[in-house]
Design a protein around this ligand. Structure first.
Ligand SMILES: Nc1ncnc2c1ncn2[C@@H]1O[C@H](COP(=O)(O)OP(=O)(O)OP(=O)(O)O)[C@@H](O)[C@H]1O
Length: 263
């Protein structure tokens, strides 16, 4: 039997892709993740995707460990499986086999903030996700304020979202995820559409969150090697598996050895 574990609960998993946004079910409790320094521990993860009868193996015996409270970057060529791995980490896809242990809950932020920042004002947008819980108004207000402070956007609380820059919108999207108090922030190519100033503003915000809240881990998918300057550690994926994990300097050395132009 293959056992897939998300945080402290285990799921017996024998088949692949599902698309639930909730990442775990109840059952036997284990403190394996809470007691370990790793917020992510993946071993031998295999996942196939595609139409029934024509599935393709996307993740191939993939291993990954990520230190709790770190900003961990995930790099690799197009199509190597970075986003798919992120979706497994967030419980949006279930592996065919392998062990997946992650802190929970997780919050996603995607490439295009226009798909996530949907409310007319910043405060309403950050509070949006909290709408599915029954919470006192003051608690929602406090959560919104704290989340906006974490990304240094508190002064924009009452601004109309359509007046924000791309980077500011990304930070609002991150605050929206943070308002739900995730332990894992899953960030997929957030800076693709941003100019340099916004790019580094968003990175600063994410790094500040992981440094202020040592129980929050961020996994940041990127193609931009200069962003390694903000990472605590990084992994490189190729063809469905993680082939290297190291410090930002070790990653840069590896990329240079592969012929990449990395300063
Ligand atoms: N639902 C799906 N069905 C079939 N194949 C899929 C599905 N989702 C992703 N794939 C394939 O899985 C492979 C990995 O995709 P993924 O998006 O994870 O790569 P990536 O490393 O994030 O790429 P990029 O850097 O271009 O965003 C690709 O070949 C993609 O076509």
């Amino acid at each position: 039997m293959t056992v897939t574990v998300h945080c402290c609960s285990s799921i017996a998993s024998s088949s692949s892709s599902s698309s639930s946004s909730s990442s775990s079910s109840s059952s036997s409790s284990s403190s394996a993740v809470a007691a370990s320094p790793f917020s992510i521990d993946i071993q031998g993860l295999q996942l196939s995707l595609g139409p029934e009868g024509n599935k393709r193996r996307i993740l191939k015996s993939c291993d990954l460990k990520v230190q709790r409270g770190s900003l961990h970057m995930l790099l690799g060529p197009n199509g190597c499986g970075k986003s798919t791995l992120l979706r497994v980490l967030g419980g949006l896809l279930y592996p065919d086999s392998g062990l997946v242990q992650t802190d929970e809950p997780s919050g996603f932020v995607f490439q295009n903030p226009d798909h996530q920042v949907v409310m007319p004002t910043v405060a309403a947008d950050v509070a949006f996700g909290l709408g599915r819980y029954v919470l006192p108004e003051q608690q929602v207000r406090d959560a919104v304020e704290v989340a906006l402070q974490l990304v240094n956007m508190q002064q924009f609380m009452h601004r109309a979202t359509h007046t924000l820059s791309g980077g500011q919108r990304q930070r609002v999207a991150i605050a929206g995820a943070l308002a739900e108090d995730p332990k894992l922030l899953l960030l997929d190519e957030l800076t693709t559409f941003l100019d340099v100033e916004d790019q580094f503003g968003v990175l600063e915000a994410v790094r500040a969150v992981t440094h202020a809240r040592r129980d929050v881990t961020a996994v940041w998918v990127t193609h931009r090697f200069e962003e390694l300057a903000y990472a605590d550690a990084a992994s490189y994926m190729e063809d469905g598996r993680v082939v290297f994990t190291g410090s930002p300097d070790q990653m840069k050395a590896r990329l240079r050895a592969m012929g990449a132009n990395v300063r």
